[in-house]
Design a protein around this ligand. Sequence first.
Ligand code: S3P
Length: 441
Amino acid sequence: MKSYIQIKKKILKFDKVIKVSGDKSISIRCVLLASQAIGKSRIYNLLESEDVINTLKSIKKLGINYKKIKNYYEISGFGLSSFNTKNKIILDAGNSGTFARLVLGLLVDSENEITITGDKSLSRRDFSRVTSPLKIFGAILKSKDNQLPVKIRGSKFLRPIEYFEKLGSAQCKSSVILAALKTPGVTEIKAKKSRNHTELLLKSLKLPIQTSSSKYYDYIKIKGQNNFGSFNYSVPGDISSCSFFLVLTLLSSNSKLTIKNININKSRIGILKILNKMNANILSKNKKIYKGESISDLIVKSKCNLKSINCPKNLNSSAIDEFLIIFLAAAKAKGVSTFRNLDELNKKESPRLDIGIKFLKMIGVKVIRIKNDIKIYGNPNLKLSGQYVMKNFRKDHRVFMMSCIAALTLGGKWKIYDKDSINSSFPKFIKILKKLGAKIN
Ligand code: S3P
């Protein structure tokens, strides 16, 4: 079967209401926490993508049953000691850094050795960022060059830690929080601000967790070894998946889109702040709070006069997965946009800073890079007519999706490889584009 798609025409005007799939971060957290609850939890609107399926398959290997019933997943946990681990279990995290890093936190008390493996892309990524703090709890972790496979053997004598998370990584913060759940005493974390879904979920489960924030940091105290009951959760739409449709609409002509039920947690809305600073005027409607998470419909219209942005560094973490699509918006905006301190971007599923710059240059956009800062020279009249091939981007789902949006809004004849990459976060991506009228073969 061919692994590429072809796009030869720009998308025509549309005016539609859509829903995107459930949030990936929250889906993975819900499955992991349900595996530690006592009783049967129900998760509605769970994202059915490879990253989440790998999470489900892995908890099954660890002794937890789950089944899909109608429109929800039922997960049967039996408390904090749920993982009934047998020797030599291997968990395949596939492409998911979130699952791999978070599950290590839950395995700090595992009696037997568990090995975490992953695909080529995940196997290139750094795991010292979680293995270092987890070792301080007392778990034994082994890996070569701090990369997968990582082996973990837990300890019966865990001790709470004081941990300073400096990268702004929610995966590291969450891994430590989950390890703290298993550990007697109070673990204290000071973390550079990042998404706080784990904290909100634990609060909604009435666990003893205290949080406070300053301008740049989150402070978390969590008392461990408290069992909790099963729960029901309805996962809101993923703003990262939504972001491709926001930019699709902004860069198309005379179009309008309403995207229903999107998670607009403060720690995730960098994309909205950045696009609105660029003149996008994205509106939110029907706002509500659900278990601490803010949710709303988003309304976006085409915008031919986007302007450049001097992006404040403190928005980086709340837009961390959206920079590729933001770069595309900047390429079509009037003026020179500046983005700084993007070193974490090169540590994702692919080196997204390097690949993003290469992509912009391929479509004729001037970019200047100094270390991890970039300047994008936008051109509101940017139109493409040549032939473009996107290949060799380490099967990064977000590179694939950004390339589709470029093809559908800028023109040219495109061949974009590795279409299966979308299965890790957003399998319905192409189906929704087609619903809006995109011609994709
Ligand atoms: C995630 C955190 C972010 C993000 C990833 C999902 C999470 O990674 O890029 O897609 O669910 O905690 P980092 O924590 O490495 O920044």
